[in-house]
Design a protein around this ligand. Structure first.
Ligand SMILES: Nc1ncnc2c1ncn2[C@@H]1O[C@H](COP(=O)(O)OP(=O)(O)O)[C@@H](O)[C@H]1O
Ligand SMILES: [Mg+2]
Length: 226
């Protein structure tokens, strides 16, 4: 409480793909500390690429991405990975869960590399989030879960680490309306409690409408939607 996640400053960001093709160009984008931003736009326009870039997951990116004082584009790979582990929770579009593990172990995976003193908290939050999302006592391994169940595990995992930056790629895409609403409520309540900064890619108007700001990405270019 009181604390707030870092602001984001993006300057002259250019991401290139194969053979130097420009996938994304963002001359300037700012997010206030603890603020939330929605991103919409057609498929293939560069939305996931933008999230990867602000997560520091892209090598072929030039320009500046800074979260508060931390210019992740100026960090080496090891520091960037440490920053991500400590500060960023990511809901990947295709979830990236571990097939060998059940819901609870996936949601609490951050406990494996967190400092010893933080592990119990991560496991407890993961369990709490899963039960709020209707997946209490779910111990089937991931291949037995539906798309919507996997999505909820991915969201619980992203939030369980108590990161102060949350990045979510179409987090309600596989959910029915009541489940999506519950998940968005949880996401926003947790962000507010934590003061976390949130960026969500989504086509879901009910999610986008609840965020502070939104932009559209089309053909690798940002349009400010207001
Ligand atoms: N690793 C990559 N190498 C080359 N091209 C890529 C890579 N990842 C994505 N792309 C291309 O970048 C563009 C934007 O993709 P993406 O960010 O996934 O779009 P969106 O999330 O808006 O659907 C697409 O043309 C896609 O084919
Ligand atoms: Mg995408």
């Amino acid at each position: 409480m009181g604390a707030s996640g870092p602001g984001l400053r993006v300057e002259d960001l250019i991401v290139r793909g194969d053979r130097g093709r420009e996938l994304l160009s963002v001359p300037r984008l700012d997010l206030t500390p603890g603020g939330s931003l929605g991103i919409s736009g057609p498929s293939g326009s560069g939305k996931s690429t933008f999230l990867f870039a602000v997560a520091g997951l892209l090598k072929a990116a030039s320009g500046t991405v800074a979260w508060g004082d931390a210019a992740i584009t100026a960090m080496g790979e090891a520091r960037r990975a440490a920053f991500r582990a400590e500060r960023i929770g990511i809901v990947f579009q295709d979830f990236l869960l571990f097939d060998e593990l059940g819901a609870a172990d996936n949601a609490a995976i951050a406990a494996l590399y967190a400092p010893r003193g933080a592990r119990d908290g991560i496991r407890a939050r993961a369990g709490d989030l899963l039960s709020r999302l209707g997946l209490a006592d779910e111990d089937r391994p991931v291949p037995g879960l539906s798309g919507g169940e996997r999505q909820r595990v991915a969201v619980a995992r992203a939030m369980a680490g108590n990161a102060d930056i949350l990045l979510a790629d179409e987090p309600t895409a596989n959910l029915d309306r009541p489940t999506a609403t519950r998940l968005v409520d949880d996401l926003l309540v947790r962000c507010r409690e934590r003061g976390a900064s949130l960026i969500a890619v989504s086509h879901d108007e009910t999610l986008l409408a609840r965020l502070d700001r939104r932009i559209e990405i089309r053909d690798g270019k940002v349009r400010l939607d207001g």
